[in-house]
Design a protein around this ligand. Structure first.
Ligand code: ZN
Length: 332
């Protein structure tokens, strides 16, 4: 069964959602349009000038040019692996963002109703996408420093990565000078590898940032066509949670059983009145509600007389941003 764009409940195709009453025809048309497109990923990337794939293409071209300079001092197999890895990661990044396009849209909309810690955590993902290229450059610098200063890593790089045919010149001098020159020599010799690490890390992060921009444009266009999610429509959210909480409480209710069987002599609950008292939004976009439930019960006294007794109970009902009840607890 298809999933409602408003409340994520399952509904019968072509009919309004039984849970929230949403008309999903625009959503169904949107999905049908995507299914009937031969290259949906291309259509998605066209929203931002195919930028993630343009970055992957430039990465391939720059990688091939880089064989001449600057990473001529790196062994060819390692070089080919780095170029392949960069191009594949850049392409897969765009594919990954495309696969997550609905989730990214929902997350961006949820961010509008989140508060406190949940809002700060939600803001971290777009910030990370923006800062990822800069982080990649910082990580490249840190790895270079680690490589130059660590004898173990330097030897590993010397065995597996550096091409001996382009090794640095021999250095003569005093022990102190040798140490200085040796460090400098390491930096010079590590330069091709430093460029290669930057090459492997920067294009995929740029492709990721660019892909998130595509996803933002995709979400903007989808939002213009389909109804808003339930967490942005507070009255609807409250209504759905209230109805489902009352439905949960009715399960196993002796009053319902007596109505169905028509046995008026059944002892137990004879009436239940819900009064919804307080409502508060949770930090994650969900809702917290308080209900006062007044039950009238029939009880048989020791003399055999049937008496009615009123019982008042306060419940706290919590639901997530999609109106799914996560807890019902008795407060008094
Ligand atoms: Zn729905």
């Amino acid at each position: 069964m298809p999933e409602c764009i408003v409340c994520k409940g399952y509904y019968e195709a072509g009919r309004p959602c039984g849970r929230c009453g949403a008309d999903n025809r625009a959503w169904e048309d949107w999905q049908r349009g995507e299914r009937n497109t031969r290259w949906p990923l291309l259509r998605f990337l066209a929203l931002h000038f195919y930028m993630p794939w343009v970055i992957a293409g430039w990465a391939l071209l720059f990688g091939l040019i880089g064989i001449v300079w600057p990473w001529g001092g790196v062994k060819p197999p390692f070089l080919v692996l780095a170029i392949l890895l960069t191009v594949v990661l850049s392409v897969l990044t765009a594919q990954d963002v495309y696969a997550a396009r609905y989730a990214l849209r929902e997350d961006a909309l949820l961010q509008r109703v989140r508060r406190g810690k949940a809002r700060r955590a939600g803001a971290a993902r777009p910030a990370l996408a923006f800062l990822a290229p800069a982080i990649a450059i910082v990580v490249t610098g840190a790895l270079t420093v680690l490589l130059v200063r660590s004898s173990f890593l330097w030897e590993l790089a010397d065995w597996f990565v550096f091409d001996d045919s382009s090794s640095a010149s021999q250095i003569d001098g005093t022990p102190e000078q040798e140490h200085d020159l040796s460090t400098r020599e390491r930096v010079v010799r590590a330069f091709p590898l430093m460029c290669l690490i930057a090459y492997v890390s920067v294009p995929p992060t740029l492709a990721y940032y660019s892909s998130t921009k595509v996803a933002e444009e995709y979400a903007r266009r989808l939002n213009e066509r389909v109804p808003q999610p339930i967490f942005m429509r507070e009255a609807l959210l409250v209504d759905v949670v209230r109805r489902e909480a009352e439905h949960i409480a009715q399960r196993g209710n002796p009053l319902e059983e007596s109505r169905h069987t028509g046995t008026s002599a059944t002892m137990g609950l004879v009436s239940r009145v819900w009064t919804w008292d307080e409502m508060d939004r949770r930090d994650d976009g969900g809702v917290r509600m308080t209900a006062v439930v007044a039950d009238t019960k029939e009880e048989e006294s020791i003399t055999g007389q049937v008496i009615k007794r009123s019982v008042r109970t306060v419940y706290e009902v919590q639901a997530d941003a999609w109106g799914c009840i996560t807890s019902v607890s008795r407060k008094e």
